[in-house]
Design a binder for this molecule. Structure first.
Ligand code: MG
Length: 342
């Protein structure tokens, strides 16, 4: 019964979780919180993670009821993400693996989200829409690799939403809180915003600069409320995502759409994708709210998959990478294929 400890810390969340053969034994997490209107910079975020990570590891082991000697591997996020937080987590993972004489498993963060969604949901081989503060990708599995079919050409959709929150000086913790999603529910006026879809790719940078340019003017003149701006951003950005996802569903003929990443918690996005999926005879599989947001258990689960097929990381190869690194995401899964040949 392989048991894996997973460490995550690619952005402002830091977590440690333990997974044993498809069962999540623990999932402890902390968030680096900054005041509304401010983002989080890599340096201070890394220092926050460094201060709390060992405490989270202890809590995760205690909650799981396991000792270090019960573990079979230490998984950590190799990337993509912010440099300083990633480096902190990788250093802790390397140290623990050497201290406890365990194999090291370097996990791609995106694959962690997907593997957790597959573990919890009904679909073994879904089309994936991965939407978060750092990533926006449409992904399908084929010939032992995850293939990115479409992605943002610039900023991620979650980053775009965060930047509007910063502009409006409101907090943007995931739902249910006082955030863009909650304000959007009370929006009445749809402000025309740039809608940029290129095949299976999307672009949000034009939309974002447009919002930044018009927001002060619209608010000052009373032409729009903060609620209208949140509503308009969500309707436009999510329609773009629904369009590319529908195209990818048609291409892959996938019957399930797995929704993962922090923005996957957004109920309006879920609703729009649900409508699209129903029209196509596909099933939407949103991830459980506890696991949408970055967490250690998802890294443990992807690491468990890697360990199962002997995809272990040498110490010399355990460096971090801030970029997603091309269009192929490796993971130690079996030989499943999509129904269609991509
Ligand atoms: Mg993430």
């Amino acid at each position: 019964m392989p048991t894996v400890l997973g460490l995550e810390g690619s952005a402002n969340k830091v977590g440690a979780g333990v997974v044993r053969d498809g069962a999540v034994l623990s999932n402890c997490r902390a968030t680096y919180v900054t005041p509304p209107g401010q983002g989080f910079a890599p340096g201070p975020t890394g220092r926050h993670h460094r201060a709390v990570l060992l405490g989270l590891v202890r809590a995760a082991l205690r909650e799981a009821g396991v000792e270090p000697r019960d573990l079979d591997g230490v998984a950590f996020t190799k990337g993509p993400g912010m440099g300083s937080p990633l480096a902190v987590v990788a250093a802790v993972a390397r140290t623990l693996a050497q201290l406890w004489g365990l194999p090291l498993l370097a996990v791609n963060h995106c694959v962690g989200h997907i593997e957790m969604g597959r573990l919890l949901g009904p679909a073994p081989d879904p089309l994936v829409l991965y939407v978060s503060g750092g990533n926006t990708q449409v992904i399908a599995y084929s010939r032992r690799r995850y293939r990115i079919l479409g992605e943002t050409l610039d900023v991620a959709v979650g980053n775009c939403i965060d930047r509007l929150a910063r502009l409006l000086q409101i907090p943007n913790a995931p739902s249910p809180g006082y955030n863009v999603e909650q304000l959007a529910k009370r929006g009445r006026r749809l402000i025309p915003l740039p809608y940029v879809v290129k095949g299976l790719d999307v672009s949000f940078s034009g939309l974002l600069s447009h919002l930044q340019a018009v927001t002060p003017k619209l608010l000052d003149s009373g032409e729009a409320t903060p609620e209208d701006l949140c509503f308009s951003l969500q309707e436009t950005a999510f329609a773009m995502l629904a369009e590319v996802t529908e195209r990818a569903l048609a291409l892959t003929r996938a019957r399930h759409l797995l929704l993962v990443g922090g923005v996957a918690c957004n109920h309006r996005l879920q609703e729009m994708l649900q409508t699209m999926c129903r029209a196509r005879g596909a099933e939407l599989c949103p991830t459980d709210d506890r696991y949408c947001i970055d967490n250690g258990a998802m890294i443990a689960q992807a690491g468990w998959q890697m360990l199962r097929v002997g995809q272990v990381t040498e110490l010399s190869q355990s460096g971090i990478t801030q970029r997603s690194g091309g269009t192929v995401l490796q993971v130690g899964r079996g030989g499943e294929r999509l129904p269609s040949d991509l």
